[in-house]
Each structure stands twice: as structure tokens, then as C-alpha cells.
Ligand binder design. Sequence first.
Ligand code: HEC
Ligand code: HEC
Length: 353
Amino acid sequence: MTYFMQSKFLKISLFFLVGLVLSCTKNPSNDPETNNYKPTPYTLQIPAGFPEYNVLSIANPLTVEGIALGKSFYFDPILSTNGRSCNSCHFKENSYSIPIYNAKNGFKISVPPHVNLAFKKNYNWTGSELSLDTLCMGDFAPEFFNSDSATLFAALSKHPFYKDAIYKAFLINDIYTLNFKQLQKKIAYSISQYLRTKISINSKYDQLQLGTARYTDEEWEGYNIFFTEKGDCFHCHQPPLFSDNDFHNNGVSATFEGFDAGRWLVTKNNSDIGKFATPTLRNLSFTAPYMHDGRFKTLEEVVEFYNSGINYSPTIDPISSKKAPSYQLNLSTQQKSSLVAFLKTLTDDSYVK
Ligand code: HEC
Ligand code: HEC
């Protein structure tokens, strides 16, 4: 399909989707026992100012039952043969980030939090996945769940809750009518529906926008460094996501072995060496250590890096190299603490409770 056809197709699907939402909300007999049962469409409350929803999700519209099923799966080791669930790596108290994961290929990975994922355009540090629906499929692999077809079919078909919940979400009466890949896809769809509802919008920064919280003088000083040419953080870490959904080399490395090669690992394009997806800065208080490999343990170390530790390399972003040849922001000790204080106001405590 050409891009034009694709976008036209999406518009037409959206039209039908809206029609479906309108017709289903009035369905008087939405009872799983009767033949006219349909899953209940769910409308995501998108906060004001948020960017467009990831359009690839249109193939997998949200339903109340799909989200509930996905939430159960997320926390349940039933999908794996090794006792793992999604939550055994993505910890709730860390805003579902992963402090450090030692991957089989030797990469050390510090995974950003699950917040506002529905609005991302690339997933994983290198942007190796474009949709949550496909990303979740990867978790059945030996390195993650090591799932086994016979075991999974048997466990789910015997399970009173899942048997019923899979019908309610996807109208599948008998999972044995699916092959293993089709079953994985339905599971992944439900989990991705759940993930798309995980919106974090209750930080002190958000409350400031609503006029329900006030910044201290120190937080205001940090705010001004962040949002002006002084620190120039906001071009890449754009509110409200605090990411521009793009890839940059912000100068963390001077040489690019292994995982440090970043986006290049996916595109093999030399202009992508050392570039990583700009991470959100929301919930940083729960997501230490920082950067793709967790090289900085504290926010103070991160700020000192931007202040005086930028490494030059050919693909460095023009914003990060603006201060050449010194590459120093020349922030005072007080200004550095203020920037850290501002970054902490992007944390939403209610999200991990
Ligand atoms: C064994 C540990 C492990 C398990 C189990 C696991 N993950 Fe992950 N997950 C990771 C790692 C590591 C990454 C980061 C990969 C990268 O960036 O290269 C990741 C990345 C992600 C991302 C992308 C985040 C972003 O901001 O781009 C999502 C979403 C995600 N996982 C969801 C899930 C779901 C859903 C499950 C369960 C079906 C799951 N994970 C199970 C380790 C795990
Ligand atoms: C040129 C774009 C760009 C600019 C400018 C920029 N950043 Fe970043 N930032 C990134 C990228 C890309 C990463 C991830 C790099 C990596 O992991 O190697 C990152 C990572 C971070 C992290 C770690 C987040 C995590 O989850 O690990 C913090 C904190 C951060 N930046 C704060 C700032 C602050 C504060 C400023 C301003 C002084 C700033 N950034 C300026 C692109 C940028």
C-alpha cells in the first residue's frame, strides 16, 4: 500500500470505528449469553495538549474487556514457562521501568517507564518496534517468557477466568481454533490495549499548568534553565511527553561499541550512529539509573554530564554541540541543583500507588 492509500484506509477505518462506538454505546442487551454480545468500546481520555495517538493502534481498538484482559495478563506468569510475567521485569514501583537488564547479547539496558506509551512513535531505545501490538509479541521468545504452545493452550483453555475473559474481549469461544501465533497476537493485543490506557498526567508540573500547585523559587530557576537557551533541554524533551519522539546523539559516548551504536543497530545508516530515542523525563524519581545503559546513577550526575561532560562525535546533535569547543553549559552549583529540583517536579507519585 502506498502511504496515501494507507492514510485513506486509516481515515475510512476511523469513520467506521466512530460509527461502531456510537452504535454500541446504546446496545441495550450487551449480555455475553446472547448472540448479539459485543465488547464495550472504550474511549481513552486524552489529556489536553497531547500529540496524536499512535495511528498504528487503529487495527486494535480499545474495549473495556480487552483492557481488563490485558491487565490480568500483564501481571500473570501463566504466559511463560519460567515463572515470569511482564511485571517481573517492569516493576510497578519503578513506574514499570527496568533499572538494569542484562540482555543475552551482552547489552546492559536501563528501560524507560511505561508512561504515555500510546503517544510514542517508536518503542525501545533504538526504535526497533513501531507499535505496542507487535512489541508485545516479542515477549513470548525464549529470552523473555520462553512460552510453549501446548502448555499455554492447555493453561488458558482450562482456566475459568481466562476462558470467559478471552470470549468477552475477542469473541473467541474456543482458543483451539487459533494457531500459536494467532493466540499470541490476541494476547499481545489485549496487553497493548492495557498499556495504552496508562497515562501519567498528575505531576507537580501538570498541577502547575492547572493552577493547583506552585513552584518554589528553586524549581522556577530550574524550569527557566530547562525551557530557555541556557540549558536548552526542551527542544528534545518537549512537553507534554517530555520527548520529541525522535532520535538524537546527545553526546553520552565518544565511541560506539555494541549497544552504544543505538539507532544504527536498526537502520545500519552511519548518520544514526549513537542516536537513541529521546526518553520521557516523567517519573525520573522512580527510574534510576539513567541513559540507555544506566551509566548515571543520579540526576545530579546527569545534569553534570550535560553541564560539562558532552563528548564530540560526528553524529552529535547540533543542540548538544552548540557550546563547542568547550561543550560546557557553565551552570553554577545552585543552578545545577535547581535543574534537578525542576526535573523532580515531573514525577507523578499517584501513578505508582
Ligand atoms: C526478561 C525481562 C522482560 C520481560 C519479562 C518483559 N520485558 Fe519489556 N522490556 C525489557 C527490556 C530489556 C526492554 C528494553 C529493550 C530496548 O530498549 O532495547 C523492554 C521494553 C519494553 C517496552 C518498550 C518501552 C519503551 O518505552 O519503548 C514495552 C512497552 C515493554 N517492554 C512491555 C513489556 C510487556 C507488555 C511485557 C510482557 C508481555 C514485557 N515487556 C516483558 C525486558 C522485559
Ligand atoms: C539533542 C537532544 C537532547 C537534548 C538537547 C537534551 N537531551 Fe536529555 N536525552 C536525550 C537522549 C537522546 C537521551 C538518551 C540518551 C542515551 O540513553 O544514551 C537523553 C537522556 C536524558 C535523561 C535520562 C533519562 C532516562 O530515562 O534515562 C535525562 C534525565 C535527560 N536527558 C535530561 C536532559 C536535560 C536536563 C537536558 C538539558 C540540560 C537535556 N536532557 C537535553 C536527548 C536530549
